[in-house]
Write a protein that binds this ligand. Structure first.
Ligand code: BV8
Ligand code: ZN
Length: 263
């Protein structure tokens, strides 16, 4: 079993990080002893459900569409200049997730919600799969693909199945809806980041699962957890920018690895 221990010195701080392929006894006992656990997930936890990620992991990725990068299509600027293109982009994404189901990684986190004195799950994903797996309290940092928000009365509306017959879809008040998704250059939903940050700073164990940790401010959460004294465990088939800054990286798929903590 691969196991690498490395020491990292950054800004005067020395950190030891361990990279391994399986959950060992030490990590299982930390898990068993933990009382307050916080989790941040990214696109990677939905990869085994068939949802393309944006970067890495060996599975399907969707980094551009109609020749434009995600950061352009999913931007406040594009919504202002070409709302129909943004709706076509998100309707395309809804089509990609129409028949997907939660996987063992989502199911493990739904079990963990009931296991600890305090448990918090924050996700960057907009696919709704954590709730579909049974997680009842999910902090959706970036919104939800299946909802629209009225530009006039700010009501949230569940969207009909894709493809949408009319673009942009209309609210019952007659005004157009926008995707209820946080676009690049937009603020996160009120209080969402603060709620996730409070949980990160108050936990014993922080898991960061399936994220390349390049999107902010979500990528700050594992750092906040570690600075507040939590033991931080990364689960990802690849090393990321976070790897030197966590206590242990398990190089594996979320669906395989998360359940190993419960064995
Ligand atoms: C904001 C919805 C205030 C749309 C998304 C510093 C501070 C604050 C802001 C910034 C900052 N620096 C830069 C910014 C601006 C920007 C930003 O972060 N840009 C990046 C590109 C540098 N941030 C913002 O604009 C945010 N707003 O900060 O408000 C503000 C406002 C104005 C100006 C300044 C500040 C809003 C960001 C939210 C954007 N919306 N999603 C959509 O989905 O289209 S982000 C988008 O990326 C998705 O949500 C996605 O989840 C997210 C992050 O990607 P990941 O989840 O990490 O996914 P990725 O594909 O990259 O990685 C997958 C990983 O999984 C890989 O590592 C892979 O190896 C692994 N994997 C694969 N298979 C598996 C697996 N892991 C486990 N198991 C497997 N089977
Ligand atoms: Zn309305």
């Amino acid at each position: 079993m691969l196991r690498i221990e490395c020491c990292v010195e950054t800004s005067g701080e020395r950190w030891k990080c361990v990279i391994q392929e399986r959950v060992n006894e030490e990590l299982r006992s930390r898990f068993a002893a933990a009382r307050r656990v916080a989790v941040l997930t990214g696109a990677g936890i939905s990869a085994e459900s068939g949802v393309p990620t944006f970067r890495g992991g060996g599975g399907a990725t969707i980094w551009e569409w109609r020749g434009r990068p995600v950061t352009e299509l999913s931007s406040a600027e594009m919504l202002a200049t070409d709302p129909i293109l943004v709706w076509e982009w998100f309707d395309h994404r809804r089509g990609l997730v129409k028949d997907v189901k939660p996987n063992a990684g989502h199911e493990a986190l739904a079990r963990w919600e009931l296991r600890f004195t305090a448990f918090s799950l924050a996700t960057q994903n907009i696919d709704g799969l954590h709730a579909a797996a049974g997680s009842r309290k999910v902090i959706e940092l970036h919104g939800n693909l299946h909802r629209g928000r009225c530009l006039k009365c700010a009501a949230m509306r569940e969207l009909p199945p894709s493809p949408l017959a009319v673009l942009p879809p209309l609210c019952s008040c007659g005004a157009p809806l926008r995707p209820d998704v946080v676009l690049f250059g937009e603020m996160l939903p009120d209080g969402a980041y603060e709620c996730a940050e409070k949980a990160a700073e108050g936990c014993d164990l922080f898991f960061v699962v399936g994220t390349s940790a390049v999107v902010f401010p979500a990528a700050l959460l594992p750092r906040a957890a570690r600075s507040a004294g939590a033991f931080v465990i990364e689960v990802n088939p690849e090393e990321t920018e976070l790897t030197p800054r966590v206590d242990a990286t398990i190089l594996g798929k979320a669906g395989d690895v998360l359940k190993q903590f419960e064995e």
